[in-house]
Ligand binder design. Sequence first.
Ligand code: ATP
Ligand code: MG
Length: 345
Amino acid sequence: MTVSLEQLSRCHFAVDLGAARTRVFVKGAGLVVDQPSVAAVNTRTGALIAVGDFAEQMTGRTPQYIRVVRPVSGGTVVDIEMAQRMLRHLIGDRMRRALRRKPRLRAAACTPHEADPLARRATIETLVGLGARRVELVDTLIAAAVGCGLPVERPEATMVMVCGAAATQVAVLSLGSIVTAERIPVGGEAVDRAIVQHLRHEHELMLPSQSVRPLQIALSDNGLTPQGPVSTEIHGRDVATGLARSVRVDTAAMRDAIHTPLLAVLDGIGKVLRDCPPDLVADLVDRGIMMVGGTALLPGLDKMLQEAIGIPVHIAERPDICAVQGLGAMLEGRIAPLVLAPLAA
Ligand SMILES: Nc1ncnc2c1ncn2[C@@H]1O[C@H](COP(=O)(O)OP(=O)(O)OP(=O)(O)O)[C@@H](O)[C@H]1O
Ligand SMILES: [Mg+2]
C-alpha cells in the first residue's frame, strides 16, 4: 500500500467516483451517497438541473435544451468541473457545511489499478475543488479487498476481482500488497453493449437507453446459466421503420452474446494466475476468488467463471459498495495495521 493507514485514518471523507455510480463515505456518518454518476445541465443557462438518480431517469427523455452528462468515463474523471458540481449536489449542503468546518479537510479516493498520472491528477483536483487540502489515493483493488473482509494482511494469497461498469480488475494479494494484477477494460457497460448490438444485428431492434439492464436481468432469473425460459419478449423500435415493435428472442443466443466480452475477462484472470508464484496459486484453490463490484450481481457470472477456471468463486455480501466500505474502514481505523518492522537483533 502506498498510502499508510495512519495517513488514511486522518482523512475525513472518502469518495469512489465510478463510471456508473458515485459513492461517498463520511467518517462518523457512514455511506452518505450512493447514486448514479450522472448530471443534467440546462445548455441555455449552464445551470445544473438534476444529479444522480433523477438525472439518470432523464437519459434519452430530455428536450433539446437539457443535456445529460456523465463526468466519469472509463473509470476516470473526464470533466473535472462537472464532477465537482455533481459531487457538491450529491453530498448536499448540510453535510458539506459540516465537512467545511474541519480545519484541514482531508479526503481519500480510490483509483483504478495502475491509473495513469493524468487520471490520478483529475481525481485529486476534483476533491481539491470540494475543499480538500490533501487527497490520499488508494488502489481500488486494495480498498475492495479490505471492504469485503478479505484477510489481506496475512502471508497467504487472496484473490479479488472488481467487476465495475467500465472495467474488471483482478489481483492476487498477500501481506497487504498486490502481487500480480490486471485491469481489463471490459465491465457491465460492455455487457450492456453486447446485448444492444445483438438485438440490432439479429432482430433489427433498437432498445430504449434505460432498458438494457432490466432486460439483462429479465432475460432469465439465471442470466448466464442455461436454466430459465427459452425465449423472452422484448419491446423496442424497428431500426428501419422507426416504429415500435416487439420480438421474441432466444435466450441462449443472448447468453452467447454476453459471453463474448467476458472472454477478455477470463483471459485476464488466466494471466494473473500465470504470473503468480505457485505457492500462492495453491492457496487460491482452497480459498477461491472473491467477486465485488456491481457487475458481480450479473446472474450466473460466478458459475460461469468457476467452470472456466476451476477455482471457487464467491460473491461478496454487498458487492457494489465494497470499495467505498473498504475506504471507510481504513478511515475509521477498523483495519489492523500490517507491521513488517525489522526484527530486533
Ligand atoms: N443486478 C445486476 N445485474 C447485472 N449487472 C448489474 C446489476 N447491478 C448492477 N449491475 C452493473 O454493475 C455496473 C455498476 O457497477 P459498479 O457500481 O461497481 O460500477 P462503478 O464503480 O461505477 O464502475 P467502475 O468501477 O468501473 O468505474 C453497471 O454496469 C451495472 O449494469
Ligand atoms: Mg467501482
